[in-house]
Structure formats: C-alpha cells, structure tokens
Design a protein around this ligand. Structure first.
Ligand code: NAP
Length: 457
C-alpha cells in the first residue's frame, strides 16, 4: 500500500507524505466514530449549531495559513484561497443560524390526535471529496450533515492530505466531541471497502462522473444512499441582444476561477453569430489582462494545474480539437519553469460537437467559443451534453432570460446575466451525468436524514 503524497504543482517538490491506514485501522476508526453517534445526535441542536459558529470563527482566524496550504498542495492563488475560506465560514454560520428552523418538526393534520414529521440523523456518513476546493467541499458537506446529528468520516483526495488533516484539526480545536469527524488517510481503492462497513450509512461524493458511477454502483449493491456532485460542461449562452461587457466578464470569471479547475466553470461559450466577432475581440482583451503564475504571488490570477497528468490531458484535448478544426485565437504566456504544471490561458473558436472541447469536460483555463445561428440553435447546442450542472444565459430581455434559464436549459442551476456560483442559501446539484441530490440551502440539510412520520392515536 503506497503512501499518499502532496506535490507542489508550482515546482514538483514533495510537500507531504502520508502513510495509508490499514484495513484494521480503518475498521477501528470507523467504529470509534460510530460510537460517538448516540452522544452527538442527543446533544440539543442549538449546541450542535454552536460548534459550527466556533468553526466559522476558527476558520477566519487561520485563513491565511490555510490559503497557503492550498496554494502549496494544489496551486490555488492565495486571494482565491482566502475567498474559499470566507465561504467556508459563511456556510458554517448559515447552517448554525438556520439549522434548527430547517429541522423543526412539521405537524400535519390527520385523524390522529397528533401526527408530525421529524428529521432524524442516519449515523456515520462517508464524504469522498475532491482536491479542487479542498476546504469548501468538506464544509459544505459537514455543516448541514453534522448539524442534522450525523457523524462523518472524510476520504479526501489523495493529494490534499495536509488540508484534510488541517480540517480534522479544526474540529478538535473547537472542542467538538472527539471522533464526530475523522479523516481517513486512504486512496480511492479503499472506498468500496469503507462503503461496505456496516456502520457507514450513506455516501456523499463530489468528483468526476466516473468516480460517481463507481461509488453509486457499490453503494447500490449494499443499499446505501448516495448524493453525487459530479462533472460539468456548463454552457454560457450569449444572445445577440446581450450586454457584451457583462457577458465577457462573466465568461472570463466563470472560466478562470480556480485556474479553470471547477465543476461549474464556464466550459462552453455559445455565441450568436451576429455578435461573435465583437465577443471574440472583447474576450481576448479581457483574457490578456490575466496573469498565469506562482499562486503565492499577488499578481497571479491563474495558478498551475493540479499536476502534470491534468496539464497533459488538457493539452491533448486542445490539440485534438484543433486537429478537428477548432481555431486557437488566444494563448497567454506562462512562467518559464521545467517542473511547474502551468498551462496557458487559451481561447478556441469554431468549436463544434464531436470535438473534445465540446463533448468533454475541459478542466483548465481554456475558453471555447461555439457559434450559434440563432437563439433556438444556441439552446439546442447548450443542451447537447451528457452533463447538466450549471448554465447561464446573457440577454437584455430579462423575461426571455428567465424563461430560457428556467425552462429550456437542462441544468441544476440557470443564471441570467451572471456567472454560475454556489451560495449557501441556494440549492446546488446537477442533473444527467452531473449527478443527483442537493447540497446547500434547506434542501441540502435533508439529504442525510430519515424523514420520519410520528403518529399518535
Ligand atoms: P476524482 O478523480 O473523481 O476524485 C474525487 C474524489 O473521488 C477523490 O477523493 C478521489 O480519490 C475519489 N475517487 C476517484 N475515483 C474513485 C473511485 N473509482 N471510487 C471511489 N472514489 C474515487 O475527481 P477530481 O479529479 O479530484 O476532481 C475533478 C472532478 O470533480 C471534475 O470532474 C469536477 O467537475 C468534479 N467536481 C464536481 C463538483 C460538484 O459540485 N459537482 C465540485 C468539484 C469538482 P483519490 O484522490 O484517492 O483518487
């Protein structure tokens, strides 16, 4: 069983080595977490919420340190790391403030003397999480699930075990009862084994569609619930009456956040033919103001890709698309480094169905322009994907924008005149191969509870 390693994507240095848990250690740890469940679920919800208030404070106090850790392990520019940690504090506060209300019993009038619905926790929940938002993904799972009374084990991505340990450390620091949240230092080959563990009652996975399918299959075989937040190829539909400055700003922000490595990145710009040349000029101009560089430097807006394999895969997707007729209309500079995993910012035009840049998820700083003859072709191209996570439409006709975002686009979220992002107050989830189930908002807290009927004669 090989050790897990964190490798600095800016220079290839090894920043941490983490021996994996044996099966015996895993069984022991999961049993310890399970034994905490009875205590944790009986702590009044007000007090469970208080711990998440403390977590929000502790995150704020140490956010510089954690942003540096993310930059070191996965290359996120520091200012974006700070933004991510602010959001973690927000989601903890949000559920601490609203959890009790969301989970209050609901009386339903029937012929009983009393009948109501209550929301009971399930037990140990396994969270399988990705490296791209190493703190956010964990807290957006943990805050609602644990305030609902569940206990949790985290299998974080192999390359961000430093972040995983830091998160576990935060739970200990704020005094949450020992073993209500534990980190499992294992790689993905051990996930099936953990799902089989009888103490584990459900699984939340955020990651690629292939990982989601594998986990769903295993969990299905032992009848355990899953929530799956998977890949995406979000279309940004730019209609001919759009405010092009707003559209271009949103496309650039939506594409480049986290160096392009985000599930809800703007992966396909679908642009009306009448405004395409103006859109192209403006997007090149805006992309040219960005800076690919060392994530520790203030001026860097795009860092390295997470590792060499990811960089090479993106380069192949781009090359194949160009071979099939896509045009490279912009390419940025990158730092001169033999060992850094830097990929230039690029813009491809003339992207069409059948090319990797259209059909696959491009997980890096490459914008793809697809020409639409009119609104109806734009909508049809937007939906021509196996994914259905986010989508955006740009138009000065707000009513038309709402209609397209709400009714026409096949996605878990439809934004009008803005880039797609998550917000603790709004549900987040996908359709099609982007997964199922919801996180965040009042809906997210109900994913890992037993919605129980109580009937009194
Ligand atoms: P990934 O390879 O699927 O890894 C995600 C997590 O799943 C890691 O902990 C990984 O462990 C584990 N894993 C991988 N294969 C598995 C398998 N067959 N069985 C069980 N666990 C498995 O994804 P990634 O490359 O880290 O992240 C990028 C993907 O995540 C993109 O597709 C992106 O769109 C998606 N994503 C989705 C959301 C969302 O909310 N919808 C948010 C962020 C990212 P190891 O690290 O040990 O391999």
């Amino acid at each position: 069983m090989s050790d897990l390693r964190s490798i600095n994507p800016s220079n290839g240095d090894i920043v941490g080595v983490y021996p994996q848990l044996s099966e015996q250690e895993l069984n022991q740890l999961i049993a310890e977490v399970n034994s905490e469940f009875d205590l944790w679920r009986r702590i009044p919800i007000k007090d469970r919420c208080k711990y998440f208030k403390y977590l929000a404070e502790a995150i704020q106090i140490r956010k510089d340190e954690f942003a540096r850790l993310m930059a070191l392990e996965m290359g996120k520019p520091l200012f974006q790391g700070i933004g991510e940690l602010d959001k973690c504090a927000w989601v903890c506060d949000y559920y601490a403030d609203n959890g009790e209300k969301f989970l209050a019993d609901q009386t339903i009038k029937t012929d009983a003397s009393d009948s109501y619905v209550s929301f009971q926790p399930l037990g140990v929940i396994l969270a399988v999480m990705p490296w791209n938002f190493p703190f956010w993904q964990v807290f957006r799972f943990a805050a609602p699930s644990m305030i609902a009374g569940n206990v949790a084990v985290l299998k974080h991505a192999s390359n961000v075990q430093g972040c995983a340990d830091a998160i576990e450390g935060l739970f200990i620091e704020v005094g949450i009862p020992n073993n209500t949240f534990r980190n499992l230092t294992i790689d993905s080959s051990k996930v099936d084994y953990v799902i089989e563990n009888p103490f584990v009652k459900a699984v939340s996975l955020t990651g690629s569609t292939s990982a989601g399918k594998s986990v769903a299959q295993k969990a299905g075989s032992v009848l355990k619930k899953t929530v799956l937040e998977l890949g995406g190829s979000d279309p940004y539909v730019v209609l001919k009456d759009a405010d092009l400055d707003i559209a271009v700003d949103s496309c650039v922000s939506g594409r480049l956040l986290n160096s392009g490595q985000s599930c809800i990145a703007a992966k396909r710009f679908i642009v009306d033919i009448n405004i395409q040349s103006e859109f192209e000029k403006k997007i090149i101009n805006k992309m040219n103001k960005q800076k690919v560089g060392d994530p520790f430097l203030d001026k860097s807006t795009v860092g390295p890709m997470v590792n060499k394999a990811a960089k090479d895969e993106l380069a192949i997707q781009v090359l194949k698309s160009i071979d099939q007729g896509a045009k490279l209309i912009y390419e940025s500079d990158i730092p001169k480094s033999k060992t850094g995993c830097y990929h230039p910012i690029m813009v491809l035009s003339n992207v069409k169905p059948g090319m990797p840049a259209f059909d696959e998820e491009l997980f890096g700083p490459v914008g793809c322009i697809i020409t639409a003859q009119d609104e109806s072709e734009a909508i049809s191209l937007a939906n021509q994907t196996v994914y259905g996570l986010g989508a955006a439409v740009f138009t000065s006709d707000i009513e038309k924008g709402k209609e397209i975002a709400n009714i026409e686009l096949e996605a878990g979220a439809g934004f009008v005149n803005d880039f797609v992002r998550s917000d603790p107050r709004l549900p987040f989830g996908g359709v099609k191969e982007s997964g199922y189930g919801n996180e965040l908002s009042s809906y997210g807290i109900l994913e890992f509870v037993n919605i129980k009927t109580v009937y009194v004669r």
